[in-house]
Design a protein. Structure first.
Lengths: 895, 124
């Protein structure tokens, strides 16, 4: 592997053909030159063993080569050799271990004229080929010492060209240092070390400085050598040419120099060889640098890998294999040996429910020729048979037609990240589910479904504590496949019983092994009991109160459990809050719909925005119709503008107002409504409650009429504000005009003098002792007339203080006067009675006394006669008295 | 012991009849008569003799000073010693009766007409 990689790196852009060929003659890799020359294209090496007939020809020609190489090599023994065919001269190296040929080929020169020269050249080329191949082989071996490698090469060169010495100088920081110097005397090389480059710094220094090939045919006379010839001439060196070697950035990194002991001009051929050597040295130096960089970068990648918990893979879409690099083992715990997986192996590692979705997404991506990046999240099985949540990100390499060839990808463990996402997703789903209008039961049913979808629970149930907190009841359950809860299932538990009751009692998360829970508690999950291993009971706590328990059943799966542990505190808290809110909302909705009064919201134009059932019933319109109309259109009035203005004034004035109006209902009835409105300026809404007060209004009317007939008015003393209020009838009784403003003083002033103290005392008692009064008093009206009234007063207390006294005021003058007359008559009648008892009885008694005396007194006749006169006298007196009584009676009758 | 009988009534005939009944019943040979309370009170102020037992027949309804006022005057001047007071009334008014019953200085109430028989019973 390492050799393969290094070879490719070394010759990718070389000026000659390089390729890697397997035993069958398939070109596994070729460099740019080979592509041009052999008409091979990048990536073909992957597919050329496929069905493409257009490549067959090349394949055949390659086979021809390799078949011949076999002959040469002596049945694939590990050796290197040179082989010429047509216009190419191949230098081939067989690697027994890898069963691969590493081949480089250069072009044969056909310009040779003389056979001798041609043979010489062939010999030279042949020998050059050998030392070059050795150099390359050494370069491929990463263990090789650079200096040694080049020394060897230079010795080889010096052996071929005996009149020449060569050197390779390293250029660094504007100075030169010898790297390989072959037969050059040591004193020269040590003198060269550290010499600055410059416009006149010998051949190498100047070449390094100018970046140009410098040919000095005579050191003695060439000015470039002015500063240096003194220490080189003594060693018999007379000519020197030097070639700069560039790195990728076109910076001179080295020079390659040839020295001759005679002044001479380079032939075209020597220049060719000179350039060929320079270019090879350049390639090797650049490659070594790249290898170093690559090594560093590979190390970086490894460190990054270790740090990021990611596994890198290459997916071969032709062969349908996945090859893992570093990270795979660390991340998933698999052996280092199984780094190549077939797609079927991979499929077995993906969590089954996630597989289809992932595959579909990949297929869709792969078939779109313009897509290069793919991403998916799924669960991936690790060596311990647990699932890790992974994020798979891949970059695909496509051919010109857009066909996907390979994908380089990264698989990252996002289990923790997933928990954060899961939380977000669940919370978002919650708010969607809870914000719809369904009732709590169907909402929670959806929630349990959600858990199954997101977290692969086999069982998900929500149990809620009932209103009197005596039991916990199954509210919504989702038994993954069968939704029918069997008839034996238990739907409520007392505190402490069953898993839900136990969680209720404990108030904390409980995880039970299914094996350890008693049979009775398994009743609800009979059809699932074999598929689950753990029952988890999560307390749903809102405002420190446990409102319910969420039960879920899962397979033994550490990832799920870990994921669950990450998410449940937040999820359950949110769920509990949502349930409480929904439950409250439902209760409020019930109240909203069931209250007997109209409840609704209106905008400032009076348009209904919401109205309850009672409101619809009261107004005798459908909800739909009311929501399209304005209260103003329902008012029973000739002056809608005035009503609108009244309402607008009230809105402008303050937050709350009270309004009574008559409305026409759907059936044409006219009803009185009493509105209590609260204005929400933030929302631009009026929250309104309206009561039907038609009956009250009727009664009020009746009462007013009765009051008018009985001349009963009302009054009120506002103690706090020291104000007096009189109703219309009270005013009439006082004969007070509309503009007259009664005061406390006027109340006393308008009483007959002798009753003022009575009223003062009554008010004092009402204020201080909370005593009501009911008295008859004579008042003096504003027209000066004395009339009798009946005043009833009742104090009202607030915070133990009398704040007002109110009561009725009745004109009883006629009755009072009638009573007076009756009293007068009574006096007369009493008088009559007295006269009857005394005045009449006195003479009668006297008469009786006389007669008794006459009968029993033994009186003499004279005495008796005298008494007879007295009898007559008494009789006359009686007669006179009876006349008087008669006169008095007649007088009464006349009255 | 000498018994003095005094009749106070504005009715002249009644005084005459009562005086005769007193004689017939042997209460006293003579009885003193007064037309109203004032006259009688003046007499007792002038002639009062505590040692003499005195029976007073007192009418209630009289001009100038009625029976109650006379009684009050007597009490005030401490003249009721040795006096037996009999209230005379033609009224059947319960109020007057109850008032009389509450007054310890009144020995009895005599409802007119006054007969010899009633007096005889009174003397027993």
């Amino acid at each position: 592997m390492k050799k393969n990689f290094a070879f490719k790196e070394l010759f990718r852009n070389a000026d000659f053909i390089a390729c890697v060929i397997n035993m069958e003659g398939r070109v596994l890799w070729s460099n740019v030159k080979a592509e041009v020359f052999l008409d091979l294209h990048p990536d073909d090496y992957f597919s050329n063993c496929g069905d493409q007939t257009c490549k067959e020809e090349q394949l055949t020609s390659c086979r021809d080569f390799t078949n011949e190489w076999d002959n040469f090599s002596g049945n694939k023994v590990a050796e290197s050799y040179i082989y010429k065919k047509d216009f190419l001269k191949w230098s081939v190296s067989w690697d027994e271990e890898e069963k691969l040929y590493y081949a480089v080929a250069s072009f044969n020169s056909n310009s040779e004229s003389s056979e001798g020269l041609r043979k010489n050249k062939e010999n030279i080329n042949y020998q050059l080929g050998i030392i070059e191949r050795k150099l390359l082989e050494a370069a491929l071996n990463q263990e090789s010492d650079l200096k040694e490698m080049f020394e060897e090469y230079i010795k080889g060169l010096e052996a071929i060209f005996t009149n020449m010495k060569a050197s390779i100088l390293r250029v660094e920081d504007g100075k030169v240092w010898h790297m390989a110097s072959g037969a050059l005397p040591k004193s020269i090389t040590s003198a060269i070390d550290g010499q600055p480059i410059g416009p006149k710094a010998g051949s190498c220094g100047t070449s390094a400085y100018t970046g140009k090939k410098i040919i000095v045919t005579d050191i003695q006379s060439n000015e470039l050598w002015d500063n240096y010839r003194h220490f080189i001439l003594p060693y018999g060196i007379r000519a020197c040419w030097s070639q700069p070697i560039f790195n990728e950035k076109k910076e001179v990194i080295a020079t390659f120099a040839n020295y001759y002991d005679q002044t001479c001009f380079p032939t075209e051929e020597t220049l060719q060889i000179f350039e060929r050597s320079s270019s090879l040295i350049g390639l090797i130096l650049e490659n070594i640098r790249k290898s170093k960089d690559l090594k560093i970068s590979t190390q970086h990648a490894e460190y990054v890998n270790k740090a990021t918990n990611e596994a890198i893979y290459t997916r071969d879409l032709g062969r349908d294999t996945i090859e893992w690099s570093q990270g795979y083992q660390a991340l998933f715990g698999y052996d280092n040996e199984n780094t190549i997986l077939s797609i079927n192996d991979w499929r077995l590692l993906v969590y089954p429910p996630d597989l289809e979705k992932t595959m579909n997404s990949f297929q869709e991506f792969i078939s779109d020729p313009y897509q290069h990046r793919w991403q998916a999240k799924y669960r991936f099985k690790n060596a311990e048979d647990n699932y890790t949540v992974v994020k798979d990100q891949g970059y695909v390499i496509r051919d010109k037609e857009g066909k996907a060839l390979r994908m380089i990808g990264v698989l990252g463990d996002i289990t923790l990240q997933r928990s954060v996402e899961l939380k977000k997703e669940l919370l978002s789903e919650f708010s969607t589910i809870f914000s719809n209008n369904d009732n709590l039961k169907s909402t929670l049913f959806e929630v349990t479904q959600l858990f199954n979808e997101y977290a692969d629970f086999q069982i998900s149930e929500i149990w809620l504590v009932n209103s009197d907190k005596s039991k916990i009841e199954l509210f919504a359950g989702h038994n993954n496949q069968s939704d029918n809860i069997n008839s034996n299932s238990i739907e409520s538990y007392r505190k402490g019983d069953g898993v839900p009751g136990a969680v209720w009692e404990a108030g904390k998360l409980l995880i039970s092994d299914v094996a350890n829970i008693n049979d009775h508690c398994k009743l609800n999950y009979l059809n699932k009991i074999n598929q689950i291993e753990k029952l988890i009971g999560v307390p749903l706590i809102n405002n420190n109160e446990l409102i319910g328990v969420w039960i879920c059943g899962i397979k033994e799966n550490i990832t799920s459990l870990n994921l669950f542990r990450e998410v449940w505190p937040e999820i359950s808290g949110q769920l509990a809050a949502e349930i409480s809110r929904k439950s409250l909302e439902q209760d409020l909705q019930h109240i909203f719909q069931l209250v007997p009064d109209l409840i609704g919201t209106l905008d400032y134009e009076g348009n209904f925005k919401r109205i309850n059932k009672a409101g619809c019933d009261l107004l005798e319109y459908s909800e739909e119709k009311l929501l399209k109309s304005s209260l103003l259109n329902l008012l029973y009035t000739d002056n809608t503008d005035k009503c609108r203005k009244t309402i607008k004034d009230k809105i402008d004035y303050g937050r709350n107002f009270h309004y009574e109006c008559q409305c026409v209902t759907g059936s044409g009835n006219i009803i009185w409504l009493n509105w209590d409105c609260t204005i929400s300026k933030e929302e631009g809404l009026i929250y309104a409650v309206a009561k039907d007060i038609s009956k009250t209004k009727e009664l009020q009317q009746l009462f007013d009429n009765a009051g008018k007939l009985a001349r009963i008015g009302s009054w009120e003393l506002d103690i706090e504000k020291n104000k007096v209020f009189w109703s219309q009838i009270t005013r009439e009784i006082y004969e007070a005009p509309q503009y007259y403003k009664p005061t406390m003083e006027s109340v006393f002033k308008l009483l007959r003098k002798d009753y003022r103290s009575t009223m003062e005392r009554a008010i004092k008692d009402a204020k201080e002792k909370n005593i009501s009064w009911d008295m008859e008093l004579p008042i003096i009206t504003l027209n000066g007339k004395e009339i009798w009234i009946r005043s009833i007063g009742k104090p009202e207390k607030k915070n133990n203080k009398c704040i007002r006294i109110y009561g009725s005021f009745q004109d009883i003058d006629k009755r009072k006067r009638a009573e007076d007359r009756i009293l007068e008559h009574n006096e007369i009648l009493k008088d009559i009675a007295r006269q009857q008892s005394h005045d009449v009885r006195a003479p009668v008694a006297r008469l009786m006394g006389i007669i008794d005396l006459m009968q029993h007194g033994g009186l003499k006749t004279e005495e008796k006669e005298e008494l007879l006169d007295n009898i007559l006298e008494s009789a006359e007196e009686i007669d006179s008295i009876i006349r008087q009584i008669s006169d008095k009676t007649n007088f009464l009758e006349r009255k | 012991m000498k018994l003095e009988v005094i009749i106070i009534d504005d009715d002249k005939i009644l005084r005459k009849v009562l005086k005769r009944i007193v004689q017939i019943c042997n209460l006293a040979k003579e009885a003193l008569e007064f037309e109203n309370g004032e006259e009688a009170l003046a007499y007792f102020n002038r002639e009062n003799d505590d040692s003499k037992k005195t029976m007073i027949f007192l009418d209630i309804n009289m001009p100038i000073m009625n029976g109650w006022e006379f009684l009050q005057g007597m009490k005030k001047q401490n003249l009721l010693q040795n006096k037996e007071i009999y209230l005379l009334t033609s009224s059947i008014d319960k109020l007057e009766h109850s008032r009389a019953e509450k007054d310890p200085s009144i020995k009895d109430i005599l409802i007119k007409p006054l007969t010899i028989e009633k007096f005889k019973q009174l003397m027993v």
